[in-house]
Design a protein around this ligand. Structure first.
Ligand SMILES: [Fe+2]
Ligand SMILES: [Fe+2]
Length: 195
């Protein structure tokens, strides 16, 4: 899969059933995002398994794109839209607040680490070998294990809660966040094409 087609799948102009974005189920979009993050974890695992000698350049490039753009975009969608809506609907519930705070803390960690890993993978794609394969393998494994755990936890707790608690107006707001992400993404692609 090319970085650009993965971009399109991450953001999309339409939903799975071909609906325009303004009518799509916004929680289903987050579920699809999560499936794509699991795919990213599988790619990172294959890259780690291939070290130090076997590098799949195209997979390293796809991973770099997702780590630099798809992942931060997903975190923005959750922290700017989904989590505040859930906090508002669960006002006063300390358990919900503490789960969301823990997930935000993990986002900070994942985001910082994802840029470091992207840099290493870029070097790997360019040179065909890692500057320190043992260290990169260790970084990759730590990263995909914790990202898989994070997504499984969100799927088991946050998304069912969102299905249960969010109102139609909340879903509209979340949908607006998805459309805003899509516009930002389209702007990036047009920037790439005008280079
Ligand atoms: Fe998250
Ligand atoms: Fe997520």
């Amino acid at each position: 899969m090319s970085p650009q087609s993965l971009h399109l799948r991450l953001v999309g102009g339409r939903g799975d059933a071909g609906q325009p974005l303004d009518r799509i189920d916004p929680i289903a979009v987050i579920e699809v995002d999560h499936l794509l993050k699991f795919e990213l974890c599988d790619v990172l695992e294959r890259l780690a398994d291939g070290l130090p000698h076997e590098t799949i350049k195209s997979q390293a490039e796809v991973a770099v794109t997702v780590l630099r753009q798809g992942l931060p975009d997903h975190i923005v969608l959750e922290e700017r839209y989904l989590f505040p809506l859930l906090k508002k609907r669960n006002n006063g519930d300390a358990r919900v607040r503490s789960v969301l705070e823990q997930l935000e803390h993990e986002h900070d960690h994942d985001e910082a680490f994802s840029f470091e890993i992207a840099e290493e993978l870029e070097r790997l794609a360019d040179d065909g070998r890692a500057s320190n394969a043992e260290m990169l393998g260790y970084m990759l494994r730590g990263y995909f294990v914790s990202l898989r755990r994070h997504i499984k936890w969100e799927n088991a707790t946050v998304l069912p809660l969102a299905r249960q608690m969010l109102t139609a107006a909340d879903l509209d707001e979340l949908r607006e966040g998805i459309m805003e992400r899509s516009r930002r993404h389209a702007g990036r692609l047009s920037g790439i094409h005008s280079l």
